[in-house]
Write a protein that binds this ligand. Structure first.
Ligand code: ATP
Ligand code: MG
Length: 341
């Protein structure tokens, strides 16, 4: 059995992109008996905005979203960055293993900078893949179910683990990405569905919210439905979405809409998405905020203890242990005066 480590930023409710990109894989792997650790990366919220808003609601909301998606409340270790100080110390050590040029080349960071509304790029944004390496490596993650945007970060994690082994000692497991069949679900506007880009369909969305989101999606005025991603990209995206949530093919969905036009297509997609999220909405109501608080407190204790043990191994490997007396010949006169009896 392997250990899985992955997670999210507490920037909004989980959406269909999360479900098909990573959550469904987590549920599947957990059912097979693998260990699951989920980081809620509260420190990473302030990479692309000045303040993290409503953190308690956002964080507890994510815990409930996990449970709603089918993760086991007794076996999932959920923790926040801010409760596991060893992660951040490890990130400092890791920063010394990565060049500034490497950080600047990361395509996902470049894309996120392009979409951020900040007037300048802060240091945490630039370095967050290193921070993320500390999330996974501190907990000795072996499998990391993620969307395609995370692949450059996984590569960096592996590079850091390898460089640490070459320079000091082989302390870390070598993490492997696990990609789903839908590693990059587009949003209603065609770019990657994201919590922060107002183009997402949340797993907790009501029927009205789903209808409103799908109503905004661009289509065209040709009544006869055909699946043609090149000539009819907006229509094709909705057909793909309906096919995904109903487990069919886009062309089959097109055939069933026939000549009912964009309105017919949107009605079908709205109903299909609503039926798909309904069991998750219901499961979510079986848990309370108090359940989420308790699960998080337990997860925080467990993750903090494990990451602290990893950090201890890192300190040893880097020679940062000062509880044994060094040989007298190796210490300065001033230090010798204090250290040698
Ligand atoms: P934000 O816009 O605040 O960055 P996000 O929607 O991008 O939020 P993250 O918390 O950054 O979500 O990502 C969490 C995980 O979900 C990552 O593994 C990411 O690859 C995956 N993921 C997010 N969006 C999608 C998507 N549209 N398709 C597939 N996977 C996705
Ligand atoms: Mg993101």
């Amino acid at each position: 059995m392997s250990r899985i480590v992955t997670g999210e930023r507490p920037t909004g409710p989980l959406h269909l992109g999360h479900y098909f990109g990573s959550l469904a894989e987590r549920v599947r792997l957990q059912k097979q008996g693998h260990e699951l650790y989920l980081v809620i990366a509260d420190y990473q919220v302030i990479t692309d905005r000045d303040r993290a808003e409503d953190l308690p609601e956002q964080v507890l909301g994510l815990v409930l979203d996990y449970l709603a998606a089918g993760l086991d409340p007794d076996r999932t270790v959920v923790f926040t960055h801010s409760a596991v100080p060893a992660i951040h110390e490890l990130a400092v050590a890791f920063l010394s293993l990565v060049s500034v040029a490497e950080l600047g080349r990361n395509p996902t960071v470049k894309d996120e900078i392009a979409h951020s509304r900040q007037p300048s790029v802060n240091g945490l944004m630039f370095a967050y893949p290193v921070h993320q390496a500390a999330d996974v490596l501190s907990l000795r993650g072996e499998l990391v179910p993620v969307g395609a945007d995370q692949l450059p970060h996984l590569e960096l994690m592996r590079t850091i683990a390898r460089r640490f082994a070459e320079r000091y000692a082989p302390v870390f497991a070598m993490p492997q990405p696990v990609l789903s069949e839908t590693p990059r679900l587009p949003g209603l506007d065609g770019i990657k569905m994201s919590k922060s880009r107002r183009n997402a369909l949340a797993l907790t969305a009501t029927a009205d919210e789903i209808a409103a989101g799908i109503r905004r999606a661009r289509t065209d005025s040709i009544r006869e439905m055909t699946y043609d991603p090149v000539a009819r990209p907006g229509v094709a995206r909705l057909l793909q979405l309906a096919a995904l949530v109903t487990g069919t093919e886009p062309a089959e969905v097109a055939a069933s809409v026939g000549d009912a036009g964009a309105a017919g297509l949107k009605a079908l997609v709205t109903e299909a998405v609503d039926a798909f999220v309904d069991p998750m909405r219901r499961r979510r109501t079986q848990f309370t905020a108090a359940d989420a608080v308790e699960i998080l407190a337990r997860g925080n204790r467990r993750a903090a203890a494990e990451a602290a043990a990893t950090l201890d191994a890192v300190h040893r490997a880097m020679g940062m242990r000062y509880d044994g007396l060094p040989p007298a010949s190796k210490i300065t006169h001033r230090a010798a005066g204090r250290l040698v009896p």
